[in-house]
Design a protein around this ligand. Sequence first.
Ligand SMILES: [Zn+2]
Length: 231
Amino acid sequence: MNEQVIKDVLAQVLTRVLDEVAHGDASHAAAHPTGPIPVELSARHVHLSEQDAVALFGAPLTHARDLSQPGQFLCKERVRLIGPKGVMDNVAILGPSRGKSQVEISKTDARMLGVDAPVRQSGDIAGTPGIILASQTGIVGLDEGVIVAARHIHMSPEDAARFGVTDNEKVCVRLCTERPLILEEVLVRVSDKFKLAMHIDADEGNGSGWKNGIEGIIIGKSGSSHGLCGR
Ligand SMILES: [Zn+2]
């Protein structure tokens, strides 16, 4: 190697390091060693407004069992989803009731139902497709509310400080599974009501060989210069 080649290589390395420092990922990676995050699979489910729950079941929702996030629970009631191309029975309902009803399905479910559901953060349902919900005794037509939930990590402010991330930031996570997979654009959601857990949907779970007890590792932030997570 002549002197010019060596200089060029050094200049490239320096540029990359400065870029990483400017974006914060190299410094974060060093300053915030990240531990494993439990990864849970969210099967398709529905959140109902109180009004829609009463329209379907004649009464408010009833508690069947607690979920991992504090205050969230699986309901005894189940609902049928009716789309233009297909029907899904026995779909879980999660409580407590919310301001607006919302249906969270996978892209595979969306294809079977014939609904073009976009990837959205929970609660962000403006302009999303609707669907029909049915019980034994009632029927409700939603004008909007069908989404594929963006993969996300629930964490407390203490966890966020430990990982060096902030609310609404997006990170890359490696799933340590039988078929290891790096998931990009994983939304970080921070609240003192949250317990540390990453939520993926059935497509992501099946694609990676997920099973109970699987953990994920944050390997960088979206938009970093590692060649991953380019958006
Ligand atoms: Zn979640």
